[in-house]
Design a binder for this molecule. Structure first.
Ligand code: ADP
Length: 664
């Protein structure tokens, strides 16, 4: 029996000691009865010292400890009850325990095991810390993101501000510049000494290059801001290119160069692309060719390179016989502000921006630009662009109208706020022989439109009170008028041309205004109903009294000099009746010499007085007949007609003469 008990006791001890966690048995009074070595180790006390002491004394929070042993005896067990042992490291533990009973079911005591959760806590703590760090890191990252966003916003605002500044400044500079150039052009047409003309030419040239520079800078700013947009509109390429090359006529003549246009007829008449940008590219290349060539020719060639069902690929090239470019400079010239040699600016002017812009205009459209050049032989700049095929009609006619034989009494409303521009427009319209009224802003224009009838409106875009877009919208939607409207824009490259179209404008023209282009656009919109929106209205407003003579060509020839004009008119009035009489006499008397000489002398007067070329051709027919005496059918009728025309012309010119005399 003794042996058995001993054996049981051994067994119980080994069970107790099997636990590496502190284990104690307590009696119902909470006194420690027994424990394992882990318990003596953690408390640092001897077994004898622990036995009989209060369980709760070994914990930091004695109240909580009391609860656990009470709970154990009340409920019979306890699960994961947290306590901290009062050892030197203050070990955190979780208590699990249950009561033990005698054979009659009486509770003798409880066994409680404390699980050391220091490691668990450490991991938890680390996890919490990691979480906090992660949160902190996210916060920092978020802060950094916000800062970056702010910085981007600031940078973007700075770019926007720069854009805005450039745009405002260029507008501010352009307005007076346009006036300077415009009035210089007007002045250049008047009588002056050679020296004065030379000085004025210099003013105009400087003005022109300033405008080019302003436009270039604005374009580059737009490229920088990624705001270069390309349109896709139907246009007639051949007329578009002819109109553009016309701009160089004077310069080319001045330099005694020859301009050759090679245009591939296989290119469809109307194609879809961006005519404004195409102009810009070719203008840049041709103006360089003209600038850097002193003898020889400039060839602008437009060839169909390939074609599919939907699109065509066109190769454009501008070849000159000019100074050429050194091999080692060829790649540099497409960079901003780069010129082939340091003397270029001094000798030829320019800023080195043109080709950089050309590159930025060609490449985003999927094209590429190439240059071949040989020093003193010449250069070829070529580029290819794709255009879509279309059945649509072009949006606007880019051809320049023949100026000579047109009716010249249109009534035009100019909507423009800047007095200088008003005066300039008025001067130009007067020169064309048109009647021009001025409205300072859109609101006044609308009032004037209600009171008077006009053939066409020239509309500035930026104006106080009611701007050009708003005014056009009002005219189209509220007044339901379809009167042709041409936008006057200071900046054809940035202006929202789509918006002009959208609000119902028929066309636009860039300042400084090219007079011939303006004249051509006005006339084409007023007299050609297909170019205007409302055909009926236009027809009605263009019913003018017919005139044989048109003074525009005389104005040009005399450079608006009234004295000279009067002299020429009076010469015509003096000579024409005599010539007509001689013509008649020659015909009737079959005096071929007289007939020939009178017809011959009459011929130049038709174009000078703006009389239709048809009558000039009639006079030529008479002259031919007098020379060859062949085919006399119809000559008599022609002579009669010429007499009628010239008599009418004399009557009209007499009136014009009196008007000029009264103006003096
Ligand atoms: P800019 O003409 O204002 O100087 P560009 O960018 O148009 O600027 O041209 C850059 C340079 O390339 C010119 O300064 C000139 O040295 C050279 N270059 C351009 N076109 C020609 C050309 N057709 N012939 C000779 N050199 C040219």
């Amino acid at each position: 029996m003794e042996k058995l008990r001993n054996h049981e006791s051994q067994y119980a001890r080994s069970l107790i000691e099997a636990s590496h966690d502190p284990l104690v048995t307590i009696n119902t009074d909470g006194k420690i009865m027994d424990m394992n070595q882990a318990m003596t180790k953690i408390t640092g006390k001897l077994r004898e010292d622990l036995i009989g002491t209060d369980f709760i004394d070994y914990f930091t929070n004695t109240q909580k400890a009391k609860k656990i042993y009470k709970k154990v005896f009340e409920k019979g067990f306890v699960v994961d009850y947290p306590l901290t042992i009062k050892d030197h490291t203050l070990t955190d533990v979780l208590f699990n325990g249950s009561v033990y009973k005698d054979e009659n079911g009486n509770v003798l005591g409880a066994v409680v095991v404390a699980r050391d959760i220091t490691e668990q806590k450490r991991i938890k703590k680390e996890l919490v810390e990691a979480k906090i760090f992660a949160e902190l890191a996210t916060e920092i990252a978020e802060g950094a993101r916000k800062k970056a966003e702010k910085a981007t916003e600031i940078a973007e605002n700075a770019v926007k501000a720069k854009q805005q500044f450039l745009s405002n400044m260029s507008h501010e500079i352009r307005t007076p510049m346009n006036a300077i150039i415009g009035f210089t052009k007007v002045l250049l047409k008047t009588e002056m000494s050679e020296k004065q003309r030379e000085y004025l030419d210099a003013i105009k040239m400087s003005g022109d290059s300033l405008i080019v520079l302003i436009n270039d800078i604005l374009d580059l700013a737009k490229v920088d801001a990624g705001k270069m947009v390309f349109e896709q509109i139907p246009f007639k390429m051949t007329s578009s290119i002819s109109a553009m090359l016309h701009l160089f006529e004077t310069k080319i003549q001045e330099k005694n160069l020859i301009l050759i246009k090679e245009y591939d007829d296989n290119i469809p008449d109307v194609i879809v692309g961006d005519p404004v940008r195409l102009h810009q590219i070719i203008i840049n290349l041709v103006s360089n060719a003209v600038k850097f060539t002193n003898v020889g020719k400039i060839t602008v060639s437009v060839k169909l390179k390939s074609e599919t069902e939907e699109k065509i690929t066109v190769e454009f090239s501008v070849t000159d016989t000019g100074i050429g470019i050194k091999k080692n400079k060829i790649n540099k010239i497409f960079e901003n502000f780069q010129q082939a040699s340091s003397g270029t600016s001094r000798l030829y002017g320019g800023t080195g921006l043109g080709l950089a812009i050309v590159k930025h205009l060609v490449e985003p459209q999927g094209g590429s630009i190439l240059v071949k050049s040989e020093i003193n032989k010449g250069s070829t700049f070529s580029f290819t662009l794709d255009f879509l095929k279309t059945n649509a009609q072009p949006e606007k006619e880019t051809e320049l109208l023949q100026v000579n034989n047109l009716n010249n009494s249109f009534r035009i409303l100019v909507v423009e706020d800047i007095p200088l521009n008003q005066l300039l427009m008025k001067t130009l319209l007067d020169e064309f022989g048109f009647e021009g009224d001025i409205a300072e802003n859109g609101k006044i224009a609308i009032e004037m439109l209600k009171l008077n009838s006009y053939d066409i409106i020239l509309m500035d875009l930026q104006m106080p009170v009611l701007n050009g877009f708003e005014t056009t919208e009002y005219i189209r939607n509220k007044m339901h008028s379809k009167i042709p409207i041409i936008a006057l824009t200071a900046d054809v490259t940035t202006v929202d041309l789509a918006k002009c179209n959208e609000v119902g404008m028929n066309d636009y023209i860039a300042k400084p205004v090219d007079e011939r282009l303006l004249y051509s656009k006005i006339v084409s919109l007023v007299i050609n109903p297909s170019n205007a929106l409302n055909k009926n209205e236009i027809k009605e407003t263009t019913k003018k009294t017919f005139k044989y003579t048109h003074l525009d060509s005389l104005i040009r020839r005399t450079k608006s000099n009234p004295k000279l004009m009067m002299e020429m008119i009076s010469m015509y009035l003096e000579q024409t009746p005599l010539l007509i009489a001689a013509l008649k006499r020659g015909f009737h008397k079959k005096d071929c010499e007289l007939l020939y000489s009178s017809a011959h002398k009459l011929i130049p007067s038709f174009s000078i007085m703006g009389i239709s070329i048809d009558y000039e051709n009639m006079a030529k027919k008479v002259q031919d007949f007098a020379r060859t005496q062949k085919q006399n059918e119809g000559i008599e009728a022609i002579v009669v007609q010429l007499e009628n025309v010239c008599t009418q012309a004399c009557l009209e010119l007499e009136k014009e003469f009196n008007v000029l005399k009264n103006k003096k």
